[in-house]
Design a protein around this ligand. Structure first.
Ligand code: IPD
Ligand code: CA
Ligand code: CA
Ligand code: CA
Length: 275
């Protein structure tokens, strides 16, 4: 396997995120062609597809030996198969519902894995022009400024990020609501839903919130952001306990293990098939 130069990959990836970011920004305020994927709340636009095509084309041209997993490619039939090879995990637009409604929390997510381990993450909040980056072992940054998580260790003094997700079957929605009430009654200061898994995790990395959890997300939603949080001093764990599993479609991400474990114990698991 050819050696990978993570600094070079970061320069390429941030440049690419800015390039596709300008396409997203141009489309942001325009009328959109919206389609539904797995249900009435699972939206996709032509911009999601266009941006993913641009990202994959650029990766193939610059790094022909690298593999990739991308949300819209998987929706189009590509197998979601993470191997030991250098692999990009791509979410062209995280926050498609926000994008559709012009709510300005919309991010391009580029995660990069080698030997199934996340080595580098880029999350670009396009409307806010905020570039979150991390390379394993080198810290996390937002527009070049070093990030550090909140030092809060009391869950009752925490702001929790969570989401409803896109499933609308009554049993799933009921458990999502049960989890939210169990968390809020803990009590916590509040629960916020930003509409982007990656930006929720980056909010924890930026000490703007203490934790985030969700069931039903995919590897492209949390791959890039997970390393940004870890490099900011935070933790990512599996909702069943133990280390985060990139393919398990669930996460608790927090500023420290005390908050993560306290939150995790409040949650009733919701089971989704693995990526
Ligand atoms: C979604 C967002 C949302 C989360 C969903 C994700 P998308 O990603 O991250 O916040 O609740 O589970 O699917 O579809 O906008 O890329
Ligand atoms: Ca989607
Ligand atoms: Ca996403
Ligand atoms: Ca997406």
């Amino acid at each position: 396997m050819a050696a990978v130069n993570l600094e070079e990959i970061l320069t390429f990836g941030t440049g690419l995120a800015r390039t596709v970011g300008s396409v997203i920004l141009d489309a942001f305020k325009q009328p959109k062609n919206i389609q539904h994927k797995m249900g009435c709340a699972d939206l996709v636009t032509e911009t999601d597809q266009q941006v993913e095509e641009m990202i994959i084309k650029a990766i193939k041209e610059t790094y022909p030996s690298h593999k990739f997993i991308g949300e819209e490619s998987v929706a189009g039939g590509l197998k979601c198969n993470l191997t030991d090879d250098p692999t990009w995990i791509v979410d062209p637009i995280d926050g498609t519902t926000n994008f559709v409604h012009r709510y300005p929390y919309v991010a391009v997510c580029l995660g990069f894995c080698v030997n199934k381990t996340v080595k580098l993450g880029i999350v670009y909040n396009v409307p806010n022009d905020e570039m979150f980056t991390a390379i394993r072992g080198q810290g996390a940054f937002s527009n070049g400024k070093k990030l550090a998580v909140s030092s809060e260790s009391d869950l009752s003094k925490s702001l929790i990020m969570a989401e409803f997700g896109s499933a609308r079957d009554p049993a799933t929605v009921e458990t999502v609501l049960k989890n939210m009430s169990s968390v809020v009654l803990n009590p916590v200061h509040s629960i916020h839903c930003m509409g982007s898994a990656a930006l929720n995790i980056c909010a924890v990395a930026s000490a703007q919130a203490e934790a985030y959890y969700e069931f039903g997300i995919h590897c492209w939603d949390y791959c890039a952001a997970s390393i940004i949080l870890e490099e900011a001093g935070g933790v990512t764990i599996d909702t069943e306990g133990g280390p985060m599993d990139l393919m398990a479609r669930r996460i608790v991400a927090a500023c420290n293990l005390t908050i993560a474990e306290g939150l995790r114990k409040k949650l009733v698991p919701i089971h989704f098939p693995r990526d």
